[in-house]
Design a protein around this ligand. Structure first.
Ligand code: GBH
Length: 490
């Protein structure tokens, strides 16, 4: 009797665990890449130069191994193999980005490249033939150099330039692409280049440049969303959002709760509040701090460019879901008197007087900015839901950096732990998360880290002309996970 009860109980326990690790029906799994990081073919046909093509030539010292994306994974020629990999994994969707300069060599809408158009048609059709949905990012940091020469993201005219590019992409691919990301990670494309100079266009101007870029990016996103909404949604019924890079902040000590919340508004709020909040515009606390800081530095107006009433309305509500790119977390504390700051966002948050700390329990990775803290993903998404209300969330990037090697059990552990947190957010917090995307399908050009730090499910041999792709242990794991629709893969 006792022993049969024990058997029954343990059976029950096993069933419960299985159930807990299952994803809701309809939950979708994907993988991501981005044009500059994988395509190569930097100067084939009529493709023109972008700001990364320029940076790797002008400032090779900014790339750890002095490498470039000139060839990268050569996906421009090897896209059939990429499609085959997505099919082998059984992905529901594959997130790619369009290289603006490959489609519109002038940057402007007056000329569409035939070869560029063919390339993206091939990839999109190739995926659809295998039953894989393309998710397409319009802008993943590779601005046409011709537009950079006119001020790039600091020139408010880019709102129209981007809008015109977006309209062309929607009209060429919108019949087949149903999920669009307008712009990838304003935090990384505005704050990193203008605060540190470590990414393109590498113009150090933290007081003014970063914030001009921020406002124009939000306006450009809204422009593209509104163009889609009016001209394309009625016939294509797709969904659009902006992808935000979110670093989760927790207080270093209980006294740091308030400054941590302010830092969250600076990091996540600046790129979310204007779009997702009911009232729109910059987060009020950040508007106030920026006005005070600018005054203290002797400027005659706030460095955070104001939104007019019309602009607030223009940006507010321009989303169909919230796209979360998440990797890592930080502890936040108030800076001590006279303490020096590192640059935002990868070291400190000087504008709000906050310093970063790392919890010694968080495992480091091969990327200097990246420490593992799985709960950060759940906490971040729950925070966003608290701030902006219930909406649909898609994790559009999450992944793990390590050195070369096929036996990447640490990556499997990373995915397992972060996905457990996704499940808890869905099941315990009731957040509507409908999809998850691994960064990345394959090893690729990791910006300033070059080819040293690797994120792929597939290893790429960058020394072979064929850029041979080989599945890592994590690819087998992800494939099984998708098949079973559960983290219970053993
Ligand atoms: C995401 O950015 C990107 O969307 C993706 O392109 C990227 O490959 C992936 O995550 C992994 O990093 O290395 O000196 O140039 C995440 C943000 C981008 C943070 C690049 C730090 C900038 C410093 N990371 N990096 S450097």
């Amino acid at each position: 009797m006792i022993s049969s009860n024990v058997v029954l109980l343990s059976l029950l326990a096993v069933t419960v665990t299985c159930e807990d690790l299952d994803f809701p029906p309809g939950f979708q799994f994907g993988a991501a890449s981005a044009a500059y990081q994988v395509e190569g073919a930097w100067n084939v046909s009529d493709k023109s130069e972008n700001i990364w093509d320029r940076l790797v030539r002008d400032k090779p010292e900014l790339i750890a191994d002095r490498s470039t994306g000139d060839v990268a994974c050569d996906s421009y020629h090897l896209w059939r193999r990429d499609v085959e990999m997505t099919a082998d994994l059984g992905l529901h969707f594959y997130r790619i980005s369009i290289a603006w300069t490959r489609l519109l060599p002038n940057g402007f809408a007056n000329k569409i490249s035939e070869d560029g158009l063919n390339y993206y048609n091939n990839v999109i059709d190739g995926l659809l033939e295998k039953g894989i949905q393309p998710m397409v990012t319009l802008y993943h940091w590779d601005l046409p150099q011709s537009l950079q020469d006119l001020g790039g993201w600091t020139n408010p005219l880019i709102v129209n330039w981007f809008g015109n590019y977006a309209r062309i992409a929607f009209s060429l691919f919108g019949d087949r692409v149903k999920t669009w990301i307008t712009i990838n990670e304003p935090l990384i494309m505005c704050d990193v280049p203008y605060n540190t100079g470590s990414m393109a266009p590498a113009i150090v101007n933290p007081d003014v440049g970063a914030h001009l870029c921020a406002k124009n990016v939000l306006m450009a996103h809204a422009k593209a969303w509104r163009i889609y909404d009016k001209e394309f949604r009625p016939k294509y019924h797709g969904e659009l959002s902006l992808a935000n890079h979110l670093i989760w902040y927790e207080p270093f000590t209980p006294e740091d709760e308030e400054i941590t919340e302010t830092a969250r508004e600076y990091m996540a709020g600046r790129y979310s509040h204007p779009i997702y909040s009911k009232e729109g515009g910059w987060p009020p606390v950040i508007e106030k701090i920026m006005a005070e800081n600018s005054k203290a530095k002797g400027y005659s107006e706030s460095n955070l460019p104001a939104f007019t009433k019309e602009e607030i309305e223009f940006v507010r509500g321009t989303f169909d879901f919230y796209a979360v790119n998440h990797y890592t977390s930080r502890l936040i504390r108030r800076a001590k008197e006279g303490e020096e700051f590192g640059a935002f966002p990868l070291s400190d948050v000087p504008d709000v007087g906050a310093k970063y700390e790392i919890n010694p329990d968080w495992k480091p990775t091969t990327s200097s900015w990246f420490f593992v803290y799985p709960e950060g993903l759940r906490n971040q998404i729950v925070w966003l839901r608290e701030q902006y209300g219930d909406m649909k969330f898609i994790v559009t990037e999450n992944g793990y950096a390590r050195l070369k090697g096929l036996d990447d059990t640490d990556r499997i552990e990373y995915y397992t732990e972060y996905l457990k947190q996704v499940l808890r957010a869905i099941k315990e917090d009731g957040v509507n998360i409908t999809g998850y995307t691994t960064w990345s399908l394959m090893d690729n050009f990791e910006w300033g880290d070059g080819y040293n730090s690797r994120f792929g499910l597939y290893e790429v041999d960058f020394t072979s002309p064929e850029r041979t792709r080989t599945p890592k242990a994590s690819a087998e794991f992800y494939k099984k996970l998708i098949q079973r629709h559960s983290l219970n893969v053993d």
